[in-house]
Design a protein around this ligand. Structure first.
Ligand SMILES: [Zn+2]
Ligand SMILES: [Zn+2]
Length: 248
């Protein structure tokens, strides 16, 4: 399984990083999680011969404002876009004039599917989704692909559902919005130590920190400090950067 971190910033883009998007190439699918501006690079990584799935955790703008680049893709197989049914009005508002072209005008077939709490075999086998602890509804994901488990927990504070989603995961991709040593002020975000505690409690094998809030993490040295702080709690931690590739 090949994973590429296309967008590793949170809130807004910086010269170093774009907003959230993860690409996973499995044996059968191209899977994207979240469509921040990192999604604008989707065409550089995907395999156009495989069906493509885009999962959206929530509709804070940093997770969806790359949707207007859907028109850039040239897919030979259909695209499925999946999110919780509560976000359907927001999706239709955003992916339509005056913001961008409607899905009916894209140069490939698109199907919209609703993600439910629990298993979502109607979208892809072994996709589990649960509500995280954020300012509004936000889904975390657990995917079992090619015999490996990958969990994605962003945006969230450290909560029991995140631990459940990441249980025994081969790879946990978790957000790191806050700086080391800080306590969240009710936004529903984590510090590096909290993300590391999540990995420990879940018994995950490997942690990749992402969603580095741009105001908190303006440069590489700030991210290095985050990794240092996280490693005091969970050794197998690395920081995502745009273009980072992980082979599982
Ligand atoms: Zn965010
Ligand atoms: Zn958010």
């Amino acid at each position: 399984m090949r994973i590429c971190m296309l967008g590793s910033a949170g809130w807004y883009d910086t010269p170093l990083a774009t907003t959230p998007c993860v690409y996973i190439e499995s044996d059968e699918y191209n899977i994207f999680i979240d469509a921040g501006l990192g999604f604008a690079k989707a065409d550089t990584v995907l395999n156009p011969d495989k069906p493509t799935l885009l999962l959206i955790s929530h509709f804070h703008l940093d997770h969806v404002y790359g949707l207007h680049t859907l028109v850039k893709l040239r897919l030979k197989q259909p695209l499925t876009i999946a999110f919780h049914a509560d976000f359907l009005p927001a999706f239709h508002q955003l992916v339509n004039p005056p913001f961008t072209v409607p899905v009916e005008h894209l140069p490939y077939p698109v199907e919209l599917k609703s993600i439910d709490f629990g298993y979502n075999d109607h979208i892809i086998y072994n996709l589990e989704a649960k509500p995280l602890k954020h300012t509004g509804l936000c889904l975390g994901f657990r995917l079992e692909l090619d015999g490996l488990v990958m969990a994605y927990c962003s945006d969230t504070s450290l909560c029991p559902t995140a631990v459940e989603l990441a249980h025994d995961a081969d790879l946990l991709i978790a957000e790191c919005s806050n700086v080391p040593g800080t306590i969240d002020q009710g936004w529903g975000h984590m510090s590096p130590e909290e993300a590391a505690r999540l990995a420990v409690e879940a018994k995950a094998r490997r942690l990749v920190l992402t969603h580095f809030t741009s105001s908190n993490y303006p440069d590489r040295s700030a991210k290095e400090m985050a990794v240092e702080a996280a490693r005091t709690v969970f050794g197998a931690t690395t920081a995502a950067y745009d273009g980072m590739e992980i082979i599982l």
